[in-house]
Structure formats: structure tokens, C-alpha cells
Design a protein around this ligand. Structure first.
Ligand code: ATP
Ligand code: MG
Length: 340
């Protein structure tokens, strides 16, 4: 599939998965690929639960070679020659509330909330409200994208909370819809639920590493996202897979020293020993990863996209470029799965 067709499936891609599997990295890589295709992409990082009001934004800027911490205002991370760009912003429930009040003619109230320090309390007082405020803002951006408003992005990547929290986060509008009998809360909740359940407007991407626990959790999250939050799943990204080396199954010193000699290298017996240990470990790990990739395909009938493990202490623009190339190849080889 052409990357452009892949990205034109929907307007908001919610990226979630087990903690630390690479959600933020995948958002950056996908947005970068979209920008290469000439699209205006926006990455939105969210802080939702009251226990984490600050979105964790350093990794994303770093990936694009920037030091600035993302804030409420959009920041351009990349501007491409073909008009494509990656912008990013961080959303917090309290700032989303201030903007909501401004847009709805309640500027004085919002100023009072800020000056009295009551903003946090109000934004987070009702269970589910912080999530709704953030998702309400995402919905507003999606509407602007749909209308082709000047300066609006064409595609939004939502760097969502880790799996368990993501389900609660995405279920909140459903809960508020049941709880509120009328008024602005109910209508906001309804509009957010409408967006989440319309695949032309919003779909989810799951991120996992090819390891046993993340794969099991991904399968579980997939079901919950569909059943409880009513969100269509678009793809699963297998992140940080070790490149598969064509190693012989039986590593032994004689064959190895012959190979080394062929490459003009003489190895001491201790070096040969270490290489054999490292080779065995790599064989074992790449075999275990391959088994998890197969299990994931069996248990989750979704297209798989794959990103390689980068041998680097931290990820910056070079790794971003490598990962974007890899994602482009993976999308190009992607076949849409016809589900029954
Ligand atoms: N393909 C990769 N190769 C090597 N390192 C990676 C890869 N993808 C992510 N990482 C590293 O793994 C760590 C976690 O990645 P990232 O922050 O994207 O995960 P996350 O799912 O967003 O985490 P959190 O749940 O904390 O938000 C980071 O240090 C990142 O640089
Ligand atoms: Mg993250």
C-alpha cells in the first residue's frame, strides 16, 4: 500500500500500547513519514490522569533533534520541501478547559479560575472530565482538519497513555454520556464518542515489542479498545525488532575462525569463545522474537508494521530517518486484511 493511501484512511490515529514499547517514537516516525508524503501532521501528546498532569514530551523533541520542551502552543519540528510538516503540542486538561471557556464566551470565568488557582481542581474534579477535556480539544482539531481550515493539520497522531490508562481515557466520554442527562457536558461527550466510533475520523494503532508480555497485553488491549471504546484498530506496529542475522544454527570455533580468516581477521581463542556466546544469544533472541511475531499475527488479525531495533543509546534525527525509511518499506509491503 502507498503510504499516502495508508494515511488517508482516517484523520486521527490514536497510538497506544504497553508502557515503554515506543508509542512516542512511533508517533514521531509516523508523522515524519506523513510529512515526507507532503502531509501536514500534528503530534499531540496528552496528560490525562490527575496523577500525571505534565505530558512527557522530551523524547519527541529529542527524536527531531530539538531541545525545547513541548507546550500547549504548536511547535514546528520538521518542514519538508513538498509542503509536508510535523508539528507537535502537548495537551493538559486545565489548559484545554481554559480554551473551551474562551471559545464559549466565558473568558472572565477562566481568568478567575486561573487567578484563584482553582483551575486544576475544576478541570479534574469530576471523574472522566480531564480525559473529556483533552479529547474534546482533539475533536475540535479533527473538525478543523476535516473542514480544511487554514493552518489546520491534515493528520493528527495522538500519543495516548499506556494501554490500561488508554482504555479508561478513551472510555471516559462514554461514561459521561451515561451520567449527564443534558447540557454542554453531554453534548461534548456525544461529539467525542461520535468521533471515536467513526473510522473515517479516528482509528487506533497499537505498539508492541516482539516480546511475550507486551504481545499478550496488546491482544488484550485490542479487544478492550474495540469492545469498550468502540474504536477501529488500524494496525499493530512491532517496534524494536532485532534485525535477523543469517547465523548458522550450530556455531562452532573451526567454522567461525575460517569465516574470520576469509575476512582477513585472526581471532584469539578467547575472542572466538565470546563471539560464539554472543551468536548463540542472538540466535535465541531472534528466534523468540520471531515466535512472538507469529503468535501476534495468529491472535490479532491486524496488519503488522515493523520497525527495527536501533543500536543507539538514545534516538535522534539519524535514527528517526532510519526508522522512517523502515516504516515506509513496511507500509509499502502492507496488504489490507479483509476481516469477515
Ligand atoms: N526502535 C527502537 N530502537 C531502539 N530504541 C527504541 C526504539 N523505539 C523506542 N526506543 C527507546 O525506548 C524508550 C521508550 O520509547 P518511547 O518513549 O517511544 O516509549 P513509550 O511507549 O512512549 O514510553 P512511555 O510509556 O513511557 O510513554 C526510549 O528510550 C526510546 O528511545
Ligand atoms: Mg511516551
Amino acid at each position: 500500500m502507498e503510504p499516502l493511501s495508508f494515511f488517508s484512511q482516517t484523520r486521527v490515529l490514536i497510538v497506544t500500547g504497553k508502557g515503554g514499547t515506543g508509542k512516542t517514537t512511533v508517533c514521531g516516525v509516523m508523522a515524519n513519514l506523513a510529512a515526507r508524503e507532503g502531509l501536514r501532521a500534528l503530534v499531540v501528546q496528552v496528560a490525562t490522569a490527575s496523577d500525571r498532569l505534565e505530558p512527557e514530551t522530551a523524547n519527541l523533541s529529542h527524536l527531531f533533534g530539538r531541545d525545547e520542551v513541548l507546550g500547549y502552543d504548536e511547535m514546528a519540528l520538521v518542514t519538508g520541501p513538498s509542503g509536508g510538516e510535523v508539528r507537535a503540542r502537548a495537551l493538559r486538561p486545565d489548559t484545554a478547559l481554559v480554551e473551551y471557556l474562551h471559545l464559549h464566551g466565558m473568558r472572565r470565568l477562566s481568568r478567575r479560575l486561573v487567578s484563584t488557582g482553582a483551575l486544576d481542581v475544576v478541570a479534574t474534579a469530576v471523574p472522566g472530565m480531564p480525559d473529556m477535556l483533552v479529547l474534546g480539544k482533539v475533536k475540535q482539531m479533527e473538525r478543523a482538519a476535516a473542514a480544511g481550515s487554514p493552518g489546520a493539520p491534515e493528520l493528527i497522531f495522538l500519543d495516548a497513555p499506556a494501554a490500561g490508562h488508554a482504555i479508561r481515557f478513551l472510555q471516559s466520554p462514554h461514561g459521561l454520556l451515561e451520567a449527564a442527562s443534558g447540557g454542554p457536558v453531554r453534548s461534548q461527550a456525544q461529539e467525542v464518542v461520535d468521533m471515536l466510533s467513526d473510522p473515517d475520523r479516528c482509528q487506533a494503532v497499537l505498539v508492541t515489542t516482539p516480546e511475550e508480555t507486551p504481545v499478550s497485553e496488546t491482544v488484550e488491549t485490542a479487544q478492550l479498545l474495540e469492545d469498550r471504546a468502540g474504536i477501529k484498530l488500524c494496525a499493530v506496529v512491532v517496534n524494536a525488532r532485532l534485525p535477523v542475522l543469517p547465523l548458522p544454527e550450530h556455531l562452532e570455533s573451526a567454522a567461525l575462525s575460517e569465516l574470520a580468516a576469509g575476512a582477513g581477521v585472526t581471532l584469539a581463542p578467547s575472542e572466538l569463545e565470546s563471539l560464539i556466546v554472543a551468536g548463540k544469544l542472538r540466535l535465541e533472541r531472534q528466534g523468540a522474537q520471531a515466535a512472538q511475531v507469529v503468535r501476534l499475527a495468529e491472535e490479532l488479525p491486524l496488519p503488522q508494521l515493523e520497525l527495527p531495533f536501533c543500536f543507539s543509546a538514545d534516538l535522534g534525527p539519524d535514527q528517526l530517518s532510519t526508522l522512517t525509511d523502515a516504516l515506509g518499506r513496511s507500509v509499502a509491503g502492507w496488504q489490507p486484511v479483509e476481516l469477515p
